[in-house]
Design a protein around this ligand. Sequence first.
Ligand code: BGC
Length: 824
Amino acid sequence: MDVDGIVATMTPHERASLLAGASHWSTVAFPEHGLPAVEMSDGPHGLRHQTGAADHLGINASDPAVCYPTASALACSFDVELVEEVGRAIGEEARDQGVHVVLGPGVNMKRSPLCGRNFEYFSEDPLLAGELGAAMVRGIQGTGVAACVKHFAANNQEHARQVSNSVVDERALREVYLAPFEHIVRRSAPWSVMTAYNRLNGTYCSEHPWLLHDVLRGEWGFDGVCISDWGAVSDVTASVAAGLDLCMPGPRDDYAATLEEAVAEGRLPQESVDAAAMRVVRLAARVHDAASPANGRSSAAEQALPAVASGLELARRAAARSAVLLENDGTLPLAPSARIALIGEFAVEPRYQGAGSSKINPVALDNLYNELNDRGCAVSYARGYDRASGATSSELVREAVETAAASDVAVVVAGLPDCFESEGFDRKLMVMPRGMNELIERVAAAAPRCVVVLQGGAPMELPWRHRVDAILLAYLAGCRGGAALADLLLGAVSPSGKLAETWPARLEDTPLGAAFPDFDNEVRYRESVLSGYRFYDAAGVEPAYPFGHGLSYSSFAYGDAELVEADGAWQVVCRVRNTGDCPARDVVQLYVAAQDSPVYRERQRLASFASVELAAGEAATVRLPVEREALRVWDAGAGAWRVLAGRYELRVASSSRDVRACIRLDLVAGPSLAGDVVAPAELSAEMLAPVDDAYIHLRPGAFDDEAFASLPGLVLPPRRQVTPFTIDSTVADMNASPFGRLALRLIDRVMRKPMAEVEGQTREMISEIVADMPLRSLTSSGVSMRTVEGLVFMLNGCYLRGLRRIVAFWLKARRELAAQRFRS
Ligand code: BGC
């Protein structure tokens, strides 16, 4: 496709029209210029391709597809090749279904275990999320389908997600929240990035010139398309001026006219429109040229591949590789002859994916009960609790206890029900349902041995964890999770997953304590760079299970580590031996710990990881790169990365808390294999200025606004005012106006019946999303922006002016329609 030629033949109006979607999922086509439409679909752990009614919350049907483990599970594999393979399989399926852009991967950092959407994200560690995200992009794009890396940036809570303002200091932003995006853009050149709903330090991400133009394109060299999250655009002109290319969803009748007016009035350079149009055409060229049989990627033979069958096999392998053995006293693997009491409704109706825009209609779905029976195991089943709520009853407990007492081993499958976590709202507590906890305690007391299998997208408090014999964490394992769990429980596969996030013992131990989500719409990232294990390590808080933890049915011995130079870079090499009696895989981690840092920072940081698969008694050498990324800090005063001279420890580890070998690395100022090293005295004055003690002597929940304000370069914004109303006011804000309260009562009455027909957790998601929805989002449901503006006037008490605007628009629309009818 001739990109420049196509853009050159388009009129300015056509170029402006190209910048908003034609429908919920596609871009505008201009067949007369040889420009086809680009079709998009969620992502990220399978395809949600809607050919009927469309929505961005996973409510309407979608075509069947393979459902892979969600990102929080997949990340525990620490397996770059596997994630790339999953990406490739999703890309193949997309291509088969005529989809050109997969809306994923999601690489936002986990600030708190409570974020409702954590299941869709990889990790609390930027390097791990970056490596895995880059692998998924390579996989998807290797099939000629574009990946869309989301949600850019600092989109880490669901509450008020469309209007909240993430207030982040520059170091945390660079070192933690932008870092995975930077890694992915630099390493695997995604063809698109999705701009997040929220504001970042006061400006919406979709209209953030610094974020999109200076950093993403300028510094990192991104040459793809910036696509808005669905309904994220607030100020059309500001968005295009800042570097947003495509506003989704469409159609947006007002879009082109608004841009043309802004150009005519000199508020927007025509070049901004042209550049965005050129990037959208380039995306179309990339995906359509790649999909043509001529380039050899999509031959008839390849298209005939039994993609679904191989996808299901891959989903099973991925789920097995992602599960984490948290505890085991030798009860696992189960003996083939063991009489198993299988307890809990998740064993027959698993929790295997999350709710919201990522919800897949799986081509097939297995379960642990059938899989154990198919393998000839002696299984007796008790329901244990109600799947929807997690509640139990004395009758269900009695039945479970009797079943457990008559077995050799009880396997209780429990975790988080659907209603506990979802896109659109955050969890309030870190607990599992009380009924499930009670059931586990009672079964553990009655059974000769008790194993707990956990299903859920994020960490949970496990008050019974010292009273059971083994805990196997599946997370949300996708549609072949049942087969994978059976393989693991019976020892056909040894568990090798490692936690990609810390499992704190209690919510009170987390850096933010109960102060999450931030309900004020100002989301203050007070913990700065000290999130996840970086916080727990520095605060000396003992987690239930640390970052990187995961047991095996085998054991591994690590030899001495050595620092070597290879291909002009540093590498730590270490010999690892399988000292157990079964074949197994180990994930070896390398952490870098700066000693005596002149600036506040984490105690240690993941620098790289590698995995080895070893037969019993076998040994191999692992190689762990030490790159600049693992050593650098962001000097907010100088606006530059710095690697500081000083002493570092390189730790070869089996988890962040299980260090097996250490090497000292002394860096001196000057050139090094990790680039230039500077003396601490060369840091900017802002960096060297003292910070509040809260960042030196850490305690859970101790970061306050005063401490936060002491960070270099940070300006705390004033609190948000609800009135006067604007197009960015939320539906919930309408309660602050008499007219708004009346309108809400009417809407409530109209919606009562249809809402009653929606299932529980989807209802909660819709209610929360609607309450947090900015009024401008009504344009996504076909309401014109003029009508929204009229509504805003009325909320502000200007009833006549508001009404006039709505009526004038309505009359104009009618006139245009009549004229159109007359013409045709
Ligand atoms: C989500 C995105 C998703 C989009 C389209 C939004 O609500 O935040 O992740 O890709 O909808 O479904």
